[in-house]
Design a protein around this ligand. Structure first.
Ligand code: PXG
Length: 293
């Protein structure tokens, strides 16, 4: 079956899909996006993803007249149906419009919505069983007083790409990014949690992290188990001395981090709370979500 992508209201075979050369997302990274996941024909937390996309776009003053919640949600579901896509990744991009020059006053402010489905390159099961090794990256997250970290916009991802390259260079599974103050913000594509004395700690978005949808699910699952959760600033000391550490993200789900900068975290093996949360998360993705068909 030919892979179809959604571009501005039309479904086009992937090989024939084109983006205007002067698209502001292409020219300046002036766009927002979402990585969404579908499990067994159900889109996981579709509503929060559409909300985050549209709130990001609203914060950047995109013209959202035609981009209603229902319009975007229906386009995502229809893209899955057209591709018979029951498991994997959905990429949703929304850019400001088309025109050369920075000034949005002089471009066509008609946002371009594009959606594609892909199979997901999953982390190997071994990483869930034994945990990830991590390193601290020298590339810092953007200061929260520049672009609000809750805005999931394209341009700022060059930082995450550079940080990921640092992790790759030393063969680490993920890289930890700090903010300008030296507090832990997040991993290059995931949020960070630690367990200390049976309490879960994770940085607040004001520390420079994305308000991750998997992060939110992990918080709710922990609270449902009676595990207290605190959003608080963390330093590398807190990570080095944690009982457990895990990362959350749409691609990674809930994955243990067992080594950071050559220090074993806790026992150096995935901890019991991480394992419980990972299992509960797998049940949640299997049992909930918006049906595609
Ligand atoms: N922080 C950053 C910087 C991210 O990019 C997360 C945290 C986790 O958020 P969610 O909402 O996924 O729990 C992300 C998410 C990709 C890709 O295209 C990136 C993400 C998710 C899915 C795919 O590489 N990042």
């Amino acid at each position: 079956m030919a892979e179809l992508v959604y571009i501005d209201g039309e479904f086009v075979p992937k090989e024939q899909a084109t983006i205007p050369f002067f698209d502001h997302g292409y020219l300046y990274g002036d766009g927002v996006f979402e990585g969404v996941r579908v499990y067994n024909g159900r889109v996981f937390r579709l509503e929060p993803h559409v909300d985050r996309l549209l709130f990001s776009a609203r914060a950047l003053a995109f013209n959202l007249e035609k981009m209603t919640f229902d319009f975007v949600r229906d386009a995502i579901l229809e893209t899955c149906r057209r591709n018979d896509h029951s498991n994997g990744y959905i990429r949703v991009n929304l850019t400001r419009g088309t025109g050369l020059g920075l000034d949005p006053a002089h471009i066509e402010n008609r946002p371009l919505l594009t959606i594609a489905t892909r199979q997901l390159a999953l982390y190997p099961q071994e990483y869930y069983d034994n945990g990830l090794t991590m390193v601290t990256c020298s590339t810092r997250v953007l200061s929260p007083d520049t672009i609000d970290p809750r805005i999931k916009c394209m341009g700022k991802y060059i930082n995450n790409i550079l940080a990921k390259m640092e992790a790759n260079r030393v063969g680490a599974g993920e890289g930890i990014m700090l903010n300008a103050q030296g507090c832990v913000a997040e991993a290059t594509g995931d949020n960070v949690f630690i367990v200390k004395d049976n309490i879960l700690h994770t940085p607040p978005p004001s520390a420079g992290c994305l308000k991750g949808i998997t992060r939110q699910a992990a918080i709710e699952l922990a609270e449902g188990m009676g595990i207290p959760v605190r959003e608080t600033n963390l330093t590398l000391y807190d990570l080095y001395t944690a009982d457990e550490c895990f990362l959350t993200g749409t691609a990674a789900e809930i994955i243990p981090g067992v080594e950071l900068d050559k220090r074993l975290l806790g026992s150096g093996k995935p901890g019991p709370i991480t394992r419980r949360l990972n299992e509960a998360f797998r049940r949640l993705t299997a049992e909930t979500g918006t049906p595609v068909f």
